[in-house]
Design a protein around this ligand. Sequence first.
Ligand code: F6R
Length: 245
Amino acid sequence: MRVIILDSAKDVAQFAANTIIDTVNRKMRPTLGLATGSTPIEAYRAAIDAYKANRVSFAQTVTFNLDEYIGIKEEHIQSYRYFMNQHFFSHIDIPLSNTFLPSAASLNEAQLHKNAHQYEEAIKKAGGIDLQLLGIGENGHIGFNEPTSSLRSRTRIKSLSESTIEANKRFFKNGEYQPRLALTMGIETILESRQLLLLATGSKKANAVKDMVEGPLTAMCPASALQLHQDATIVIDSEAADKLV
Ligand code: F6R
C-alpha cells in the first residue's frame, strides 16, 4: 500500500485525474471502476478538462461503478446513474452503453440477486477492472461495504449503516426519501481490480484513514482490506492525513 500525502483536495483530484488519463491512454480497451460521493467530483472535473484539451479520449473505455441505491430508478435525481451522467459521462466521449452500474431499481429480492450475479459476470466478460477509484466512508466503508462486511464478499444487497445514512443525508432534501439499501460490489470484487486508487480529503476522514493504513486488517474497517492488494495507492490531503503517525 502506497500512501501519498498532498497539500490540498485540488492536488488529490488532479493526481486522480492523471492516473485515470494514464490508464485510459495506455490501454486499447481500458476498464475503469468508478465511485460516486463528493470526493471524486473534482477528479472527474479535471478528467473532463483533459478530455476537452484533447489529452484523452474515453471512446473505448468501459466503466463499472461500485454501487447503486436499491429501489431508485436510473432517471431519478438521487440515483448514482444520474450522478455519473451529470458529473462525468455526459461531458466526455464515452458511449453510455459502455457505462455500467449495478441494476438496482427493482425491489424484488430474487431479481436483485440475479442482477448482482450478472454484474460480476459483466466485469469478468470485460476482462476485469484495470483501475478502481475508491472513496472511504467515515466508518471505513468502501463501496457500500459497511463495517462487518466479509472480506470475501462479492456484489450483493447491503443495508447501509446508520452512520452512512446520516453522513449521506446532505445529498437529500428535507423529507425526501433516502434509501437504506444498496447493491454494491463486494470487497473481494474490489480487490480483484488490477490497480486501486483510494482518495480521501478533509479532517472527517482522518480516523478512517488511520484505521485503513495503520490499523489491523479487519472487517470492522473494510478499507483495511486494501492492505492485501499489491497495487493500492491511497492519495490524501494533509487534513485526512492528520492522524497518521
Ligand atoms: C460511493 C461509494 C462510497 C463513497 C464514500 C465516501 O460510490 O462507494 O464508498 O466513496 O461514502 O463518500 P464521500 O466522497 O461523499 O465522502
